[in-house]
Design a protein around this ligand. Structure first.
Ligand code: PAF
Length: 284
């Protein structure tokens, strides 16, 4: 496995691979890798002849400096994990390499996809994601890029970026990997106290309740949201950032429980912000 921190060296290797006709798969991460990330790698290895993982905690996508400062970093175990999984190259740049002092900073956004969910409650977050992901795509020149569907809004925003700006690559969404009790895997789970970890199971249980009440015949979207909100709020130390029902494609709010809908939530359990979502099909 090659570990590269400099752009020049990375470009050299990519050119070599391209000349040999390799198919490049790219899995961008912020490290503290878990089995969810490894699903991205597994998928990439199935489809591509070379797999690149980037590990970079991107400062520009954190709207809360405290959240950035406490984001977990485990580079040694991440590299070992990548080696074991047969990753070909890890790109591990510093902040200075990714963001050399620029006199002309660029800001990107896709307003219609950012007006709800995390885009609404984390102003500036997707601008940072679009910035870093565009740079990483240019640097790694992948044929395929793999993103977890736990960050569904991110997946939609990046898919739109690629389509609107004609990036020559395909974005692949990989299903959310869950712990045995249903909690979506996340590097942030490591920061939960044992008590808060137990409280966090209310999130997957809320999705179970959502499906049960839909099948049970609930037709009123406001009543449905109230039931789900009340259920989440039984958690001690839990604060809801949002609980929204939107169209899975446009990410605009829906007013009826019909067809396919995206139920998405972000909650703070203690200091830790957790997100999850599911696309549900409403019974006729
Ligand atoms: O999903 C993430 O871990 C990050 O948002 C990403 C895509 C690596 C960009 O920093």
């Amino acid at each position: 496995m090659i570990v590269v921190s400099e752009i020049g060296k990375l470009k050299e290797i990519i050119q070599e691979w391209k000349q040999k006709g390799e198919i490049i798969g790219f899995c961008p991460t912020m490290g503290t890798l878990h089995a969810g990330h490894m699903d991205l790698v597994t998928q990439s290895k199935k489809q591509c002849s070379k797999t690149i993982v980037s590990i970079f905690v991107n400062p520009t996508q954190f709207n809360d400096p405290k959240d950035f400062a406490s984001y977990p970093i485990n580079t040694d175990s991440d590299l070992q994990y990548c080696q074991e999984q047969g990753v070909d190259l890890v790109f591990l740049p510093s902040v200075e390499v990714m963001y050399p002092k620029s006199l002309t900073p660029i800001q990107m956004s896709i307003p219609s996809l950012q007006s709800n969910l995390c885009g609404r409650t984390r102003p500036g977050h997707f601008e940072g994601v679009l910035q870093v992901v565009s740079k990483l795509f240019h640097l790694t020149e992948p044929h395929f890029a793999f993103f977890g569907l736990k960050d569904y809004q991110q997946f939609r925003v990046i898919s739109a970026l690629v389509m609107e700006l004609n990036f020559p690559l395909q974005v692949i969404g990989v299903p959310t990997k869950r712990e045995q009790d249903g909690l979506a895997m996340s590097s942030r789970n490591l920061r939960l106290t044992p008590k808060d970890r137990e409280t966090a199971t209310l999130i997957p249980r809320m999705f179970q309740l959502a499906k049960k009440t839909l099948v049970g015949g609930e037709k009123n979207i406001n009543t449905w949201k109230e039931i789900l909100t009340e259920f989440l709020l039984t958690g001690i130390n839990l604060k809801i950032d949002y609980l929204e029902v939107v169209d899975p494609l446009t990410l605009q709010p829906v007013t009826n429980l019909s067809g396919d809908i995206l139920l998405a939530t972000a909650v703070f359990v203690g200091e830790v912000r957790l997100i999850d979502n599911e696309i549900l099909t409403c019974p006729n």
